[in-house]
Design a protein around this ligand. Structure first.
Ligand code: TXA
Ligand code: MG
Length: 309
């Protein structure tokens, strides 16, 4: 359903967010598909709606600095950039706080978090009214171009999202600049509306390009996903020394979803691997997950985790 942007529409969208559903919402860059970043199941529904075959880390959107500080370690440089460029089309990759209330599906298990304070009143109102930090990738089917109008979202995602807020065409029409904040330099991970010169000027640090304008998605690197122990896929039984992660009929020591629900499984995946790593077994085995719907993304992720390194 598409609703024109007004207070009633925001209230309805906030109810859906609190119920763990994704909502398409305009930002000043592109339309985002937003969900409660603190809920693994809500975040898993983003991937399901997009038909995304792998779990890339997502940007978390906040409405104020206090909310940002509760999620990530904000260095003085990060504060300086935030003071000048937030709210706006800048995403900062910062160390994730140990006690940050975000699902590990948002960070794809990384120790860092991509944070952005958007300027668009719709996204800001949705964060404030729902009271949740919102994870939001661009609101388009996986592999398709980003949506800059509500009708693009409807054409791309259709009835896979319960609500699309129509705020008209977006201002920038291009995703936010992504920059990793490091001790003595910044690394430009994705070029966007805010350029490197501006970042250098405000931060007083050199800005290095990461590759030639290519997105450096740590989600694509197997080493970031790999648990500390060998991982055996498609296991239906437990061998000596193994910790078995079950799914559906395979019970295991732990289960991604006893009922075989891929949304629940995706939400629990990273936690289950961390838990398996922390046991005193020497290896991890995991039950087969059917490759339909979100199962495709889960298996993509598991293949990387099991790949020889
Ligand atoms: O303008 C935007 O940024 C839009 C609107 C909706 O806010 N969002 C957006 O999200 O473009 P998405 O999911 O399409 O792009 C997120 C990208 C990932 O592909 C990844 O490269 C990067 O952000 N990213 C997220 N977390 C990261 C992290 N911890 N370290 C490095 N890169 C990260
Ligand atoms: Mg995108």
């Amino acid at each position: 359903m598409i609703l024109p942007l007004d207070n009633a529409a925001i209230a309805r969208a906030a109810d859906l967010i609190r119920a763990g559903q994704p909502v398409a919402v305009p930002t000043e860059t592109v339309y985002g598909l937003a969900a409660d970043a603190t809920s693994g199941e809500a975040v898993a529904r983003i991937y399901a709606a997009k038909g995304r075959p792998s779990f890339n880390p997502l940007i978390v959107h906040v409405a104020n600095i206090a909310q940002a500080e509760a999620l990530a370690e904000m260095s003085p440089v990060a504060h300086r950039l935030a003071d000048t460029l937030w709210p706006g089309p800048l995403t900062m990759v910062l160390p994730l706080r140990d006690d940050a209330p975000v699902s590990s599906l948002v960070t794809a298990g990384l120790p860092t978090l991509a944070l952005r304070m958007p300027a668009h009143p719709a996204m800001r109102a949705l964060i404030e009214t729902s009271g949740r930090p919102l994870a939001a990738p661009s609101a388009n089917a996986s592999g398709r171009i980003s949506a800059t109008r509500a009708k693009h979202v409807a054409a791309s995602l259709g009835d896979r999202v319960p609500l699309i807020l129509d705020g008209g065409p977006t201002r920038h029409g291009l995703e936010s600049t992504i920059v990793a904040i490091e001790q003595d330099r910044l690394r430009l991970l994705r070029p966007g509306p805010i350029d490197a010169a501006r970042l250098a000027e405000i931060s007083g640090l050199p800005v290095e390009a990461a590759g030639d304008g290519k997105i450096e998605a740590p989600g694509q690197l197997s080493s970031h996903y790999a648990p500390g122990k060998p991982l055996r896929l498609d296991a239906t039984d437990r061998r000596d020394g193994e910790w078995l992660i079950g799914f559906g009929p395979v019970a295991g020591d732990d289960s991604l979803s006893p009922s075989g629900d891929p949304v629940e499984a995706a939400a629990r995946l990273f936690e289950a691997l961390h838990r398996a790593d922390a046991t005193d077994t020497t290896a991890i085995a995991i039950a087969p997950i059917p490759s339909d719907g979100l199962g495709l993304a889960i298996n993509d992720r598991l293949r990387r985790a099991a790949a020889p390194r």
